[in-house]
Write a protein that binds this ligand. Sequence first.
Ligand SMILES: Cc1ncc(COP(=O)(O)O)c(C=O)c1O
Length: 365
Amino acid sequence: MLQTSRAIIHNFNAGPSILPKEVFEEASRAILDFNNSGLSILEIGHRTPLFQQVMDEARNLAKELMQLDNDHEVLFLHGGASTQFMQVPMNLLNENELVAFTDTGVWAAKAIKEAKLFGHVEIVCSGKENNYTSLPKNFHVPATAKYLHLTTNNTIYGSQWQDLSLFYQFNVPLVADMSSDILSREIDFNKFDLIYAGAQKNAGAAGVNMVVVNKNILGKIARTIPTIMDYRNHIEAGSLLNTPPVFAVYICMLTLRWLKNMGGVAAIEKINNAKAKLFYDTLDILPLFKGRVAKEDRSKMNATFTINDASLEKEFLELCKNEGMIGVKGHRSSGGFRVSMYNALPIESVKALTDLMKEFANNKG
Ligand SMILES: Cc1ncc(COP(=O)(O)O)c(C=O)c1O
């Protein structure tokens, strides 16, 4: 058992965020001696069998956990999800073509900005008018759209598309930014032609992107794609086109291994549902606090809320800090509070927070 002096007991950070302690333990051993090789994971060559095994296991676990068919390839790429905002349209969209976007918050807006560099963008729905406190319900997607882009979970505002089958009816290829809810719930991942996620929430450490791509949608555009930006080159090279973020891929592999040992996506979804229920049920019985997002669109990963008496905000945050809870402050663009309940967050942390909220509300009531 790893001995540490960690004073933080409950990590509600939005990302980079909590990872399973088993991952920390295994990774710390690997930094000193990776698989009894006498070498640190930080000094092994990326083209050695030692690392090839890591990459293969990471890829296979991702395929297995997402139950991907043979058309879908898993890539581990540099650059964070923000690079995908640009790499996706560069690979999929011709200059004279149209891409449809759902505008559901900050991250969607950033993806829209980049897509405009490569083709025509139509925003088919937007939550902007109501400050992203709910997700748009009725919208139409033009059949001419090369693809439809959605953000499955909006990390900053705390909303999440609960029923993704809504998007299956449009008959256009689907591209999804799943950075903040990948592998947290059962999804028919094969319905998507391209999925991307910065790993630093549910899938591992910062520094690597998980990309799932249906190889049949590639190679259909006129522009010349720079070598390192072309998904086909990464598929061919097995994500080893250049030096990959070795350690980040390793952490991803360990996190996926942990998830498999937990029983996979279906099992973690049950736990995530229980955590979200505990949190939102508590929130709804305390008049002092108020959820930010419409009930049906509430995120099970990032819960956002405010306090009815703004003068108490600082006091509540201070109390959380004293109780070893971090990451409770809301994002600078939406304010209030945000607690992230990613896969690795134990339900005990949610219990501790909700108990504290109840106590605080009682004292102030
Ligand atoms: C939904 C979503 N998309 C994209 C990003 C950007 O990720 P990165 O910082 O890895 O570029 C984030 C970051 O939190 C996110 O939550």
